[in-house]
Design a binder for this molecule. Structure first.
Ligand code: NAG
Ligand code: NAG
Ligand code: NAG
Length: 278
């Protein structure tokens, strides 16, 4: 788990939405209020769930402030994660890589699907940044270290453990959404390729159903039988998973159409769908 290549950094930077500026932002202002607010919000949105938000915050704070910023390991978060344990039904886990907007529309129309962002830990910490000051044991609100300069970045370690747990819990049929318009739809540097894939269990997972989806306006660079997706299928087969793979699934293409009317007009998707429906 020592991978900290540029691609992984870019992934996390994108995840945190400050890619364009490249600035080293500090801890998110009002971090405590946000964590508490989201934690209570989560229980309201998911009736029947009960979590000790106060205790979660205290364990989080202890994990982050105990060590220098670049030394917060996955293990440091174990106690906090024990307070956030969850189970969800089989056949609902959705994994994705470089398809975030599409993943959001997909899980909006199929609300039974579970992504990492639907788990308590994903919901609470989504898009937040945190780190400790060098000398004082308080959060550093002015700047946090670069991902690449850190062996164990506090934000990175939390997402590794969250992704690991998310994959370990997955059962039944799972769905993987990959981007067919880029040259490494499946990458060993992505969270899916570096953490989640290795933590899926062939005993628990019945089928890995892969969807390779190109953007409406193209290009179509990878597909189920071309490029890195072939490597993924090879890995799945070696590990004894059953799998299916679909290129440009009709519903996923239609969802992109709703997202972006212009690119929809630019393609002849309507006529394609019309032909298929007849
Ligand atoms: C990093 O953490 C390890 C394990 O907790 C500890 O032994 C080590 O001294 C820490 N390094 C620094 C620079 O604080
Ligand atoms: C694929 O990746 C490109 C480049 O990041 C992005 O613009 C596009 O929206 C993605 N396509 C899908 C279907 O997610
Ligand atoms: C699981 O996936 C397989 C292959 O796509 C399919 O035949 C089966 O009906 C699916 N089962 C459920 C419960 O979705």
């Amino acid at each position: 788990m020592q991978v900290m290549s540029c691609e992984m950094n870019c992934f996390i930077v994108t995840l945190l939405c400050f890619c364009q500026t490249g600035e080293q932002l500090g801890t998110t202002p009002n971090l405590k209020g946000i964590v508490f607010g989201r934690c209570y919000d989560y229980m309201t949105l998911n009736p029947g769930t009960r979590f000790d938000c106060e205790s979660i915050w205290l364990h989080f704070k202890a994990a982050v402030l105990r060590q220098p910023s670049c030394n917060v390991t996955v293990e440091d978060y174990h106690e906090m994660f024990q307070l956030m344990t969850q189970n969800w039904p089989c056949h609902t886990s959705l994994f994705w890589s470089k398809t975030r907007p599409l993943m959001h529309s997909y899980s909006a129309v199929l609300p039974h699907l579970w992504t990492l962002e639907d788990t308590l830990v994903g919901y609470v910490f989504n898009d937040l940044i945190w780190c400790r000051q060098h000398v004082d044991t308080d959060f550093d609100f002015s700047a946090c270290p670069e991902w690449s300069s850190c062996q164990n970045h506090p934000v990175y370690s939390l997402w590794v453990l969250a992704s690991q747990n998310f994959a370990e819990t997955a059962c039944g049929n799972i769905t993987v959404l990959l981007n067919g318009s880029i040259s490494a739809a499946f990458s060993r540097m992505s969270m899916f390729g570096s953490v989640e894939l290795d933590n899926l269990s062939p005993q628990r997972v019945h089928y890995v159903n892969i969807h390779v989806v190109a953007s409406l306006t193209g290009p179509q660079i990878e597909s189920c039988n071309q490029g890195s997706v072939v490597d993924l299928i090879q890995i799945l087969q070696t590990r004894g998973f059953r799998w299916t793979c679909t290129d440009n699934d009709q519903m996923l293409m239609m969802l992109q159409c709703f997202q972006n009317q212009d690119s929809c007009r630019a393609t002849n998707l309507k006529s394609v769908l019309f032909t298929q429906l007849n």
